[in-house]
Ligand binder design. Sequence first.
Ligand code: SAH
Length: 261
Amino acid sequence: MKPRRSDLPQGLAWFLMIFVLFPHTLSSPPVDRSETAEERSRADSAESPETREARERMVQEQIVARGIHDARVLEALRKVPRHRFVPPAIQPSAYNDSALPIGLGQTISQPYVVAFMTEALELKPQDRVLEIGTGSGYQAAVLSLLAREVYSMEIVERLGREAEARLKEMGYSNVRVRIGDGYRGWPEAAPFDAIIVTAAPPDVPPALVAQLRPGGRLVVPVGRYVQDLIRLRRTAKGLERESLLPVRFVPMVPAGERSPR
Ligand code: SAH
């Protein structure tokens, strides 16, 4: 493919060489830089075809094959680079069919569970969502592609701050992170169209039910060891409760047990 310089007039050879080395000098004029910050941040972390293939395999073999069909959910899982939400040493396993450690005794959920819970929220593009348990920020990133605004709460300050910085740097600009106790929810931003809890409380936290809009859905794993994934829906007739799937999450830290600051 490379032009052999001897075959070309010298001026043209230099032109081609500069183009090969600095293609952006010719292809993109330096205007509107601020508007392209998001694309640039994504481009800076350009991923290998192998990583993209691993993610596509994850979607096909772990998620589609197990019955998740919502096209928007599948698209979001194809887009979010899961490997960037786990510590470097864990990155080779980022697309495995399992939960993974993210430090401080916490885990990022198995891809199938992320997909299942996300589908169960029945998100519409204009929805406002509350997540309890920011962790790595991976679930928040998936939600951010499916809803208008995402509010995410984390009780472990260091995890929350790291996730907040990561989400911002990666361009997920419709996610807000707050350090605080998820049992209380985020009353200033309520009511929500959907609420997802990614740590397990022994019972459904009443404050979260109270922050659900009419028509809203709350998806939460309830129980102590093995939990039942529950969906509560606020309908005109009251609360509708469905049991969806047995799951295993880290326990939700009881209110007041660990200082949020
Ligand atoms: N959704 C995360 C994974 C969550 S792991 C992701 O995509 O990576 C569960 C998280 O819930 C942990 O980070 C834990 O610190 C947090 N957590 C536990 N109890 C909490 C509480 N009471 N309020 C807010 N966050 C809590």
